[in-house]
Design a protein around this ligand. Structure first.
Ligand SMILES: [Zn+2]
Ligand SMILES: [Zn+2]
Ligand SMILES: [Zn+2]
Ligand SMILES: [Zn+2]
Length: 442
């Protein structure tokens, strides 16, 4: 695996809800961040980070102080940072910016025609303009044509910046990287170290090329959803190999066979009856029932997304009960079930429930391996999580050793040997081997 390009954002902003936890300079999560004394909105982990961000923050700081205690949305702050920077560039007071591949702000597509036909986006733009008017006043927003163009460039070209746990911490405009086209079977993956983006290719001696494709969306979702998202968000139809794979969604919604061990029954609206892919035997459950079960779980996942108010312990218990109900019917490559299983692991980690960690360590691994390609950062993180969960057990088995080795190898591909997560996995590998030797010696 090779890092073929690295890029700092043209501008970036930390999500509003994380402003007090993430440094607005380096975008790392720090417990000792200090707030900017003047605007009292942005936080920095060091004087150096504050100094490095000052060129972008100076004018913004005064604007934020003006609207205090209100904090404009992250999108409004991002737009403003761009508008201010563009103005400084025109006035010749900004440090000239060149992307690693020489792409410029002017070259970004704004998809104006598509946006003008897109009712949801237009509505969003109107709301945003109102926020901006209140935040920065009229001068910076003129001419209106330009504002819409900048908006278009941002919504289509921005990246969500995520941390090592795949939590989104902010948004950034990476002018160079946003030039890479999309494929659901990508050649390269984008990874973040703070706000620095890395473009990595999963084989050695790779070189940067404008032709390398990256994936713009999540792969742990149905093809049909992904297609819709690409169309609605980026205005194109994807026709890659994965999008043409009609079996992928049937496998993502599959049920377990009631007649044989580990058999999988594909689920598709077009089917008449449910048959095991492995033993060929028909199942009692109807296609309609199978689809409803998937639908039920999908709604449950959506509900979990929104509802974060439940007490963690009660929430975890409820999740386990529902999971146990679903696993009786759905297969272990069912995509929704895999995502749902991760909720149990996250909860068990937070509450340090060793028994649960051991029991549910590997529940989602097969599905993640099925649906995420080698080199995908998410695959490595899921494997690492499973290995950590299994390793928390007081009694080690060979499975744990295999899982830790697998997570480490995957991290070497996706993240590289220098990454902190790889070091973490290497340390765990050494620790497990020592523990196993001691255990066998007893
Ligand atoms: Zn910092
Ligand atoms: Zn400030
Ligand atoms: Zn595709
Ligand atoms: Zn079967």
């Amino acid at each position: 695996m090779t890092t073929v390009a690295q890029e700092y954002p043209y501008v970036a902003t930390v999500s509003n809800e994380l402003l007090q936890e993430v440094c607005s300079g380096c975008f790392l999560r720090r417990s000792d961040v200090k707030r900017c004394a003047r605007c009292k909105v942005l936080y920095y982990c060091s004087q150096q980070c504050q100094k490095d961000d000052w060129a972008d923050h100076k004018e913004e700081c005064a604007l934020l102080a003006n609207v205090s205690p209100k904090i404009p949305t992250a999108m409004a702050r991002l737009m403003t940072r761009i508008l201010l920077k563009r103005r400084r560039e025109e006035q010749g007071t900004a440090t000239p910016y060149t992307a690693f591949n020489t792409r410029t702000f002017e070259e970004l597509m704004d998809h104006k025609a598509n946006i003008q036909k897109d009712a949801t986006r237009c509505e969003f733009f109107v709301c945003l303009s109102q926020v901006l008017y209140e935040y920065v006043g009229p001068d910076l927003l003129r001419p209106a044509e330009n504002l819409l163009s900048v908006f278009g460039k941002i919504v289509v070209n921005c990246f969500s910046i995520f941390d090592d746990e795949l939590t989104t911490i902010g948004t950034g405009l990476y002018i160079g990287l946003s030039g890479q086209d999309h494929s659901c079977c990508p050649d390269a993956f984008v990874l973040f170290n703070g706000k620095k983006a890395l473009l990595r290719v999963p084989h050695s001696n790779a070189k940067y090329s404008r032709e390398l494709r990256v994936c713009y969306t999540e792969l742990m979702q149905l093809n049909t959803r992904r297609g819709l998202e690409l169309k609605q968000h980026y205005y194109f139809n994807c026709s890659c190999r994965l999008c043409q794979d009609l079996q992928r969604d049937s496998l993502a919604r599959s049920l377990r066979c009631t007649r044989c061990r580990d058999g999988v029954c594909l689920v598709d609206e077009e089917m008449r009856e449910l048959v095991c892919r492995d033993c060929g035997q028909p199942q009692k459950i109807t296609i309609h029932e199978a689809l409803s079960m998937n639908q039920e779980l999908e709604w449950e996942l959506q509900r979990c997304e929104k509802d974060k108010t439940l007490q963690l312990n009660r929430q975890l218990q409820e999740t386990i009960e529902k999971y146990e109900k679903f696993i009786k019917v759905l297969s272990n490559v069912n995509m929704f079930l895999a995502i749902y299983g991760q909720r149990i692991l996250s909860g068990a980690f937070q509450m340090k429930k060793t028994d649960l960690l051991e029991k549910y360590a590997f529940v989602s691994v097969r599905a993640f391996k099925e649906f995420l390609p080698v080199g995908h950062p998410e695959l490595s993180i899921r494997l690492l999580m499973a290995a950590e969960a299994a390793a928390s057990s007081p009694h080690l088995t060979v499975d744990v050793v295999v899982a830790v080795d697998e997570a480490y190898s995957s991290l070497l591909i996706s993240h590289g040997p220098q990454h902190p997560l790889s070091s973490q996995a290497a340390a765990m590998q050494a620790n497990i081997r020592t523990r196993l030797q001691n255990q066998n010696a007893c």
